[in-house]
Design a protein around this ligand. Structure first.
Ligand code: GUN
Length: 302
């Protein structure tokens, strides 16, 4: 097990810090050897408080890694046309290598149109159909950040996932589907389960690698976990605790599952911190693709 697994708990915060350091080293190398600095643009439409927090954190981490950060805050009543014009300008900018439009968007804007408008080689979220297609057929692609983080976390518990049974609960375009492709690439036997799966607990119990990504607080109980499994919890659910205070829980009943799993990610401090770290890595990857230079050694395997 790697140095971020202690007592069967995979420390996503510590792993994210390691990824951030590797990104910073890669950025320094690109600047020194090739004379350019990767740049990430984040666009936030409206004033959803949770989104505003994410966007601020993304900007801070981007500059901490030595990259350029561009932030655009547009009012909640921004038209789709205005947003598409902003994206066109970012597509054309030489300083911007990665573009992220924070989701969800206000009702008047069609997210599919927005994602379609982002240049695929700048699509650091990996949401464009071109990138989904590239991933599906095994070509170099920009891959969604959360599933990339999940695989890296699982590999801290076991470096080689070859031959393992992986069960993903959740079939979203952002997590479940791309994660299935990534785990196939790791030579897992992959099952994608969802809300209509028959006997979900029994399917979950097959898993050597169990990933929960459904957004249902503590859906996965301890007895759904095969003894010795690696459990990756993508859920971030705000619930009211017994004391009436809000607290965050995952899609897995952590205390129950912990006793059965060989390794498990906590909430918070598991998958969450990894998402921004992988976004930074994706931005460096995107910049290298656009500049036609090799990915720095520091990012090998990410
Ligand atoms: N909103 C919550 N998570 C994400 C993400 O990873 N990317 C984007 N674009 N919006 C989000």
């Amino acid at each position: 097990m790697s140095n971020v697994v202690h007592d069967g708990i995979i420390d996503g915060k510590a792993l994210a810090a390691q990824v951030q350091q590797r990104v910073a080293a890669a950025v320094a190398e690109l600047k020194q050897k090739h004379g350019f600095v990767p740049g990430l643009a984040v666009v936030l439409v409206g004033d959803d408080p949770a989104s505003a927090v994410y966007v601020r954190n993304k900007g801070r981490r981007t500059t901490e890694a030595g990259m350029k950060s561009f932030e655009y805050r547009l009012p909640a009543d921004t038209t789709e046309k205005k947003l598409l014009e902003r994206i066109a300008a970012l597509n054309a900018s030489d300083e911007v290598h990665g573009i992220l439009v924070q989701l969800p968007l206000p009702k008047q804007i069609d997210p599919a149109k927005v994602i379609d408008a982002i240049a695929p080689d700048k699509d650091v979220d990996g949401f464009h159909v071109i990138n989904a297609g590239r991933l599906a057929v095994g070509r170099p692609a920009l891959v969604p950040c959360t599933p990339l983080g999940c695989v890296l976390l699982a590999k801290q518990a076991r470096a080689d996932l070859t031959g393992l049974e992986a069960v993903i609960i959740g079939r979203s375009n952002i997590v479940g589907k791309p994660l299935a492709q990534l785990l196939l690439n790791e030579n897992c036997t992959v099952t994608v389960a969802h809300s209509r799966t028959r006997d979900l607990p029994e399917v979950a119990r097959r898993a050597d690698v169990l990933v929960a990504a459904v957004g249902r607080p503590e859906l996965v109980r301890g007895d759904w976990v095969k003894p010795g499994a690696i459990v990756i919890d993508v859920g971030i659910n705000r619930v009211e605790g017994k004391d009436g205070k809000a607290r965050l829980v995952g899609d897995v009943a952590f205390a129950e599952a912990r006793g059965r799993a060989a390794a498990i990610t906590p909430v918070p401090g598991g998958v969450g911190p990894m998402t921004i770290a992988m976004l930074l890595a994706n931005t460096v990857r995107a910049a290298c693709m656009q500049r036609g230079v090799d990915l720095p050694e520091a990012l090998a395997g990410l």
